[in-house]
Design a protein around this ligand. Structure first.
Ligand SMILES: Nc1nc2c(c(=O)[nH]1)N[C@H]1C(S)=C(S)[C@@H](COP(=O)(O)O)O[C@H]1N2
Ligand SMILES: [Mo]
Length: 347
């Protein structure tokens, strides 16, 4: 693939995983149950129905090739799934006129779910996938049955589906109602998160105290501030904006900083032990003596990759910047190379 083709297919703020890699995200397995797997179709249908996996083979089998775009900024091109189109399943079901939304529910401990407007689900070509690259879908990736929603962030694609519910009113899913994920989730419009959960005024007080510990501060904007020595242990700051912020010696242990922006931030001696940094952007940041041990780094970036292939904005590391060797494997090939090169050079 040439660079321009790649860029046309890669939505804004996304990067490709290394060839052959497919990260696991969210729940790792279905709930234990002795019952055989069945898919039930309930809600606004004239006849509720239930299908065993074998029954699904009676429907037309459709193969799709699609691109996966995770909200934590990794993408994977040309993934082949086979299964039954939602459209084909519903064509046997007498869906009532009032049905406007469809909710997919997992057989998992937290009954994970996600929803879509019904018309959108049909237009996008939602697939109930049983196979990946010609083989049974692995359990870790949602086997025996998962949704695949082409053209939306991957959190709309529910693993281990056991129930499809047709609804008059929307019932937002797990990530959408618990974690501020955008309910539309169009990667081309970067609909990752809803707006900040704190008002400007609340934010001002919290910032003045420099104590974020344990708070839920989704999408908070603290760019360009002086927050040296910030206390942010266990804070939930998905999508927070820390660009150009002075954060030397900040304590982010166990914080959730998924998709946070740290471009050009001063993070000397900052501590990210066991933090969730999936999709966080550290390009141009000063990371001398920063500690990343135990941090989760899927989709994190430490430099920018230009369309030309040129690498810019490499973060600053020194011999005291700490990473776990296996955590670096979560990075894309380009990111891994850049970080390793810097660490070696500074040894
Ligand atoms: N049941 C269930 N489905 C889920 C999730 C989950 O936690 N539980 N996470 C979602 C998210 S955020 C993503 S990115 C994809 C990840 O799928 P993968 O683990 O096969 O890569 O599954 C989606 N479907
Ligand atoms: Mo995701």
């Amino acid at each position: 693939m040439n660079p321009s083709e790649k860029n046309q297919r890669l939505p804004p703020g996304q990067q490709l995983v290394a060839p052959g890699k497919w990260p696991y995200v969210g729940e790792r397995g279905p709930a234990n149950s002795a019952q055989p797997w069945s898919l039930s179709l309930v809600g606004l249908v004239t006849q509720p129905a239930s299908f065993l996996i074998e029954d699904l083979r009676e429907f037309p089998q459709t193969e799709i090739t699609t691109d996966l775009h995770c909200v934590t900024r990794w993408s994977k091109f040309d993934v082949k799934f086979r299964g039954v189109l939602l459209k084909d399943l519903l064509s046997h079901a007498e869906v009532q006129q009032r049905a406007q939304f469809v909710s997919f529910v997992a057989r998992s401990d937290r009954h994970h779910s996600s929803s879509l407007p019904l018309s959108e689900a049909l237009e996008l070509g939602v697939l109930l996938a049983t196979h990946y690259e010609g083989k049974a879908l692995p359990k870790e990736h949602g086997g025996p049955l998962r949704g695949i929603v082409p053209g939306r962030y991957f959190y709309k694609s529910v693993k281990w589906i056991e129930r499809i519910c047709l609804l008059e009113e929307d019932r937002p899913g797990f990530w959408e109602s618990e974690s501020g994920y955008h309910n539309v989730a169009d990667p081309w419009r970067e609909q990752r998160y809803i707006a900040s959960s704190v008002s400007k005024r609340e934010a001002a007080t919290i910032i003045a105290n420099r104590d974020f510990r344990g708070l839920d501060l989704l999408s908070i904007d603290v760019s360009s501030l002086d927050l040296r020595g910030l206390l942010a242990e266990r804070a939930v700051m998905r999508n927070a904006d820390f660009q150009n912020t002075r954060l030397s010696q900040a304590d982010f242990r166990n914080a959730n900083l998924s998709n946070a922006l740290f471009q050009n931030a001063d993070l000397q001696q900052a501590c990210f032990e066991n933090a969730d940094l999936e999709g966080a952007d550290f390009s141009d940041a000063d990371l001398r003596s920063a500690n990343f041990s135990g941090a989760s780094l899927f989709g994190a970036t430490f430099c920018r990759l230009q369309a030309s292939g040129e690498v810019t904005g490499v973060a600053k590391f020194d011999s005291h910047t700490r990473f776990d060797a296996d955590a670096l494997e979560a990075l894309t090939a380009v990111q891994q190379e850049v970080v390793e090169k810097c660490l070696v050079r500074n040894k």
